[in-house]
Design a protein around this ligand. Structure first.
Ligand code: HEM
Ligand code: HEM
Length: 244
């Protein structure tokens, strides 16, 4: 346990030809979280307007909430890279940036980096009230259905604005740094020599997450009325459908 892996000698990495060295930066569960979170959000957004798709909307909303819980737990017990403290650390330079800006030393690329951290942090923060307001309205807790409608929509729109900012800032920073910053969220790796920043990929946990997600959404869909199945003829299905 005490010995380090001899195969990762730094000298080897330093002398290796510059043929695309890449370091593991984001482990599989963090990536699975991201894409399932994004997928749930997009799905919930698309199905939000229609009564017919309400079942699927709520299912994806719960999945979104479940993923948020996972992220919070993983942010406390997961690897350093996934720690919530690391995410917080990314916006902690804001005070310095502001002080420099006041002194006339404006650093636009740093502002983009800080904005990106802020958008991600705010997205995670807005997700909880978004899910809670949806739930409270849905079960009509304390007769708050009508009040929650407005609140829920407000948080959904705020989250959408943050997603737009998230994507715009990634595109902008990719242009400034002349490399595609979205790729590491897919492959887990970013160009650069040296040891991996995340020690273990934990693919098994990502597989577990995917299975749980597919199981939950599939099970909920089967339980719901036919109108919420992904069948495109939903609108045309004559049979009963429970909610108006
Ligand atoms: C447990 C989670 C969720 C539940 C139970 C839920 C439930 C509901 C319900 C019952 C409505 C219709 C009444 C209303 O407008 O408040 C609704 C609308 C809406 N939901 Fe959700 N939701 C959830 C999560 C989400 C998420 C994650 C999003 C993010 C995209 C979202 C976006 C919306 C939007 C934009 C509307 C307004 C649609 C309109 O204009 O009528 N919801 N939701
Ligand atoms: C095609 C669409 C998207 C792309 C290419 C993308 C890409 C990325 C990338 C590259 C990062 C890491 C940025 C960094 O660490 O500097 C990231 C983080 C993040 N993204 Fe996205 N994203 C997309 C859509 C979304 C959507 C729709 C949501 C939420 C509804 C979302 C929520 C987040 C969150 C919460 C983080 C922080 C991740 C964490 O710390 O676990 N993303 N995204």
């Amino acid at each position: 346990m005490t010995s380090t892996t001899p195969s990762m000698a730094p000298a080897a990495a330093a002398t290796a030809p510059a043929s695309q060295p890449a370091r593991l930066m984001i482990d599989a569960p963090a990536r699975a979280f991201h894409w399932l979170f994004a997928l749930s959000f997009a799905g919930a957004w698309i199905t939000a307007e229609s009564e017919r798709w309400r079942g699927l909307h709520v299912t994806l909303g719960y999945a979104f909430g479940g993923l948020l819980l996972f992220r919070l737990v993983y942010g406390l017990v997961g690897p350093r890279q996934a720690r919530l403290a690391s995410l917080w650390h990314r916006v902690s330079g804001f005070g310095d940036w502001l002080r420099n800006a006041r002194a006339g030393r404006i650093d636009p690329p740093r502002a983009v980096t800080l904005g990106m951290g802020a958008a991600m942090l705010l997205l995670i923060s807005v997700a909880a009230p978004l899910v809670l307001s949806g739930y409270v309205g849905y079960v009509d807790w304390l007769g708050m259905e009508d009040a929650m409608e407005e609140v829920h929509e407000f948080f959904a729109n705020s989250a959408m604005a943050l997603v737009a900012a998230h994507l715009a800032l990634i595109a902008l920073l990719s242009m400034l740094r002349r490399r595609n910053l979205a790729t590491p969220m897919w492959t887990g790796r970013a160009p650069g020599a040296g040891p991996d920043l995340v020690k273990a990929n934990r693919a098994w946990l990502a597989v577990l997450m995917l299975a749980a997600y597919a199981g939950f959404v599939g099970w909920q869909t089967v339980q719901s009325d036919p109108g919420v199945t992904p069948a495109t003829q939903g609108e045309r299905r004559g049979g009963h459908h429970a909610d108006d």
